[in-house]
Write a protein that binds this ligand. Sequence first.
Ligand SMILES: Nc1nc2c(c(=O)[nH]1)N[C@H]1C(S)=C(S)[C@@H](COP(=O)(O)OP(=O)(O)OC[C@H]3O[C@@H](n4cnc5c(=O)[nH]c(N)nc54)[C@H](O)[C@@H]3O)O[C@H]1N2
Ligand SMILES: Nc1nc2c(c(=O)[nH]1)N[C@H]1C(S)=C(S)[C@@H](COP(=O)(O)OP(=O)(O)OC[C@H]3O[C@@H](n4cnc5c(=O)[nH]c(N)nc54)[C@H](O)[C@@H]3O)O[C@H]1N2
Ligand code: SF4
Ligand SMILES: [Mo]
Length: 671
Amino acid sequence: MATEIRRSVCPYDCPDACGLLAEVQDGRAVRVSGDPEHPFTRGTLCPKMLHYEKTVHSPLRLTTPLVRTGAKGKGEFRPAPWDEAVAMIADRWRDIIANHGGESILPYSYAGTMGLVHRNCGHAFFHRLGASRLDRTICAPAKEEGWKAIMGDTPAPHPDEVAESDLVILWGINAAATNIHFLHGVREAKRRGAKVWLIDTYETPTAAAADRVILPRPGSDGALALGMMHVIAREGLVDGEFTAERVQGFAELADKVLPGYAPERVSALTGIHPAVIEELAVLYGRAKAPFIRLGSGLSRYGNGAMTVRTICALPALTGAYGKLGGGLLASTSTGPAFVTTEVTRPDFMARPTRLVNMNRLGHALTELDDPPVKSLYVYHSNPAAVTPDQNAILRGLARDDLFTVVHERFMTDTARWADVVLPACSSLETGDVYRSYGTYCIQRAWPAVPAVGESRSNWDTFALLAAAMGFDEPYFRRTEGEMIEHLISIPTPMREGIDLDRFREGKAVELPLPPDAPRTFRTPSGKVEILNPLDPEPLPRHLPTHEERGEHPLMLMTAPTPYALNASFYEQDELRQKQGGMRLLVNPVEAAARGLADCEPVTAFNERGEVTFILAVTDRVPPGVAVAEGVWWTVHAPGDRTVNALTSQRLTDRGNGSTFYDTRIDIRGKA
Ligand SMILES: Nc1nc2c(c(=O)[nH]1)N[C@H]1C(S)=C(S)[C@@H](COP(=O)(O)OP(=O)(O)OC[C@H]3O[C@@H](n4cnc5c(=O)[nH]c(N)nc54)[C@H](O)[C@@H]3O)O[C@H]1N2
Ligand SMILES: Nc1nc2c(c(=O)[nH]1)N[C@H]1C(S)=C(S)[C@@H](COP(=O)(O)OP(=O)(O)OC[C@H]3O[C@@H](n4cnc5c(=O)[nH]c(N)nc54)[C@H](O)[C@@H]3O)O[C@H]1N2
Ligand code: SF4
Ligand SMILES: [Mo]
C-alpha cells in the first residue's frame, strides 16, 4: 500500500513545539518522526511522541457522543447521534440561562491542543453566550509577572544562543523531560568548554546533562539568587559600566537588600552550604556569558513571582543581559505573531462577564453562588486530574444539579462525570496554526488523516453549538480552513519578512527577531529595572512560601515525568509502564523514620486529602522532600485518588497562578 508523508505539528503544551512527519497509509497514521527540516526538532522526538500513532488510533478513542444513563460518575453511558447530543445541550442551556443567567455556565479549557484556532475558538462561543469567563492561570502566570517586573516586554534570547555560553544554569527545569531539544544547545556549549549547573529540589534525569547539581529547599531560590548577588557585589564582580548605564536601581539593591543576604543566612534559608553559594556566585560573576534557562516549577509557590523576579536580577549585575550567549530564557513571547483576538472575539461579549480562576474550580463548583455554576463545559482539559484540590472538584462534579459536558479524545477522569460526552479529534485530524513558548518557530499544520469515528474538532463542535443556539454571526459559519486562512491573512510586525510560501506549505519558519532584540530592554526606562518604581514592592527580596511554617514535614514536588505530559499519554500502556507505576519518591532517611520499605503501598496525606502511592526509596531525593512525578488517571492509580487531591487552591503572590509545589504532606504505611 502506498505510504504518504504528511507534515504536522506536535499539539501538546510543550515549549519545543516540534515539527512532525506522519506516515499515512489508507487514512491511518502508521508512524511518526521528527521533522529534520524543523530548526529546533532537528529530526528527533521525545519518548512521549515516538508512537503518537498509538494515541491517534488508540482503541480507547471516543468515537460517538455519549449520554449518561447511570448515576453521576459511574461511567455508564449510551451512544447518541451528534444531533441529539447537541440539541440536548442547547435545550439545557436555554433553560439554565432563563432561570439563572448566562454566567451560571462556566467553560473550562486549557491546553490539550496548542493550535491557535482550536485552542481559542471556544472563547468566541462563550463570549457570545454570555457565560462566565475562565481565568486561565494554571500554568505559570507568576513566572511571566516576575520577568515583566524587571524586564518589561523584552524578548527572550533565541534558545540556540545557549551554545555560545560558558556557564549554563538549568534553574528549576527538568529539561530532559520538558524541553528536550534545548539540551542540543547545552551539549554544544559543553563541547566548547562550558560548565553546566542544575538547580532543582531533587536529582531529576536532567542531572545527567549537568556537571554540578544543587538542591535548595523548595521555594527558597529567591534567597539563593540574593546570596549570589551579595557575593558578586562583595567580590567586585559587578559590571560597573553596565549597571551604571543599562540598569536601574543596582545601587538601591546593593544598599538596602544585599547586606541582609550573606552566605551564612542564605545557607540557613536554602540549606545550601555557604561555600557552595560562594563557589557558584564567583563562577557566575567571572563567566563571560552565563546563560540561565529558567523553568516554571519554582514559580508555583506563594512567593513564585518574587522568586522569578529576583533570579532575573542576577544577569543584570554582571552585564550578562548585554552579551551574546548570556542572559536568561524564561519563555519566548511569540504571542504577537498572530492577532489571536480574531479567534477569541472579546467583542462578542455584550458586557464583561464574571471571571472565575481555573485553579479554584473546586470553590466555583461547591461554593460560588452569585449565580451558582449550573453547567460546566470542559474541552481539551482534564480538571478532575490536573487541577488542584481534586476532592473539592469531585464534590462539585457529583452535584446532581450540575449539567456537565466534556469534549474529549478519551474517557478521562473528568469525562466519567459528564452528562454528555462529545468525541474530539486528535491534532493529526485537524489543521491549525502553532507558535511556541520555547523557540521562535511558527508552523501551519494541515489535516493528515480523516477524523477518527464521529469525532469532531473544537472548531466544528462550537459551530454546531452556535447553530443550535441560533447565533448568526458569520464567524460561526466559517470552516476551519477559512478561519486559519483569515488568521494568516492579517499581517503583524513580528511576521514581517517570513517565507510565506514555506509557511503555507506547512513547514516551520522562524520569526525574524532582530539579533539585538534580547539586548534592547523594553521597559519604561529602557533599562533593566531592578528597581521598579511602578511596582508596589519596588525592590526584590526573599518572601516566604505559603507552607513556610506548615504542619506536615515533607514538601511535595508534583513534578513532570518524561513519559507523560500532565494527564496526557496515559492511554499508551508502554509509556505508563516506563513510569513504573504511580510512585512517591522519598529519601531513605524518611522511609526509615516511618518504618516504610521500597515498593510498598503508602498513604500520602494532608488536610485536603489522602492518596495511595507506591513508595520509591531513593537518594535522588533529599530528606524533607517527596516527589510525585506525573498526573495519573485514577483507573491506573493504586487507590481512588491521584496527586492533586493533596494540592491546594491557594494562589501565587502575583498573577493568580497555581501553587502546586507549595504543598506539605506526611506519609504512613497502608497496613
Ligand atoms: N515530559 C513532560 N513534558 C512537559 C510536561 C510534562 O508534564 N511532562 N508539562 C508541560 C507543561 S504544561 C509545562 S508548563 C512545561 C514546563 O513544565 P514545568 O512543570 O514547569 O517543568 P519544568 O520547567 O521542567 O520544571 C519543573 C521542575 O522544577 C522543580 N522545582 C519545583 N520547585 C522548585 C524550587 O523551589 N526550586 C527549584 N530550583 N526547582 C523547583 C521540579 O522539581 C521540576 O524538576 O513542560 C511541558 N512539557
Ligand atoms: N500535580 C500536577 N498537576 C498539574 C501539573 C503538574 O506538573 N503536576 N501541571 C499543571 C500545568 S503546568 C498545566 S499547563 C495543566 C495542564 O492541564 P490540561 O491542559 O488539562 O492538560 P492535559 O492533561 O494534557 O489534558 C488535556 C486534555 O485535552 C484532550 N485533548 C487533546 N486535544 C484535544 C482537542 O483537540 N479537543 C478536545 N476537546 N480535547 C483535546 C486530551 O485528550 C487531554 O485529556 O496541568 C497542571 N496540573
Ligand atoms: S512533546 Fe515536546 S518534545 Fe515531545 S514531540 Fe511534542 S513538542 Fe517535541
Ligand atoms: Mo503548563
